[in-house]
Design a protein around this ligand. Sequence first.
Ligand code: SAM
Length: 277
Amino acid sequence: MDIKELVGNGFRFKKNLGQNFIGDVNLLKAIVNDAGADEDDTVAEIGAGAGTLTRALAERVKKVVAFEVDEELSDALKKVTEEYPNAEVHFADVLKLKDDEIREWVTEPFKVIANLPYYVTTPMIMRFAESELNVSSMTLMMQKEVADRLTAKEDTENYGAITVALRAIADVEIKRTIDRKMFYPRPNVDSALVKIDFRRDKYGFSDYKIFKRTVKAAFAMRRKTLANNLVSAFGIKKNDAEKLIEKSGFPTNIRGETLSCEDIILLSDNLSELIKG
Ligand code: SAM
């Protein structure tokens, strides 16, 4: 599909909205396949753009509810909704919508599928990951470097708080990498398609909030020991932090970024006990 033709002459692609569109029909079909979307699914698409992915989705799934912030794309998107009765478009900023506002348009459970503007990747993931909405998976196009962070192994440069926070509630997989030349206009980075399958009951947490604080503390100051980071984050005594680390089965001088997701869950469960007395 020719993107310039779809958006019409005179349309100015907005860099600040991450407007790098996909016209290649094979790639669009591959995204739908990788998302595991089929005729029983309701899909929320974030950032419809010229509607190319919206079309590919509408051909395959029961219902597509697409969101877009840029009203200048309304003519292009109207053509999609006229052609596909199972597709609808709402002009709204998804980061500003409350769960109940999303529920008014999208029937649960649903899948999120999107070629995201790069700058909203992390907030968008956390917006759905930590919401009460029944989202079964998110399949997202993102900057390759961010995909590497989400799927990083322990004790590597890319391994961080977001890796662990997500791994604790989901299985995360890079489905494919995509060359920058597949987008119009062409961005300065390569991309990857990542599937996040939510499994919120993967582990039982004593307290999710304390888990999140423990994750933040574990990666707070990379050169500090975990004990020192726990002292600063939770206001506990160094001696108590070391006892807690030992009780969890780790050496007292360990650094947070060497711990696996399971290790951090164990540590945070022991920490909850200590804090709550
Ligand atoms: N889905 C289209 C495609 O694959 O060609 C467009 C993808 S483009 C990378 C991202 C789109 O998201 C842009 O059209 C942009 O205007 C829109 N967008 C940016 N921020 C948004 C937000 N917070 N909520 C909804 N749409 C947004």
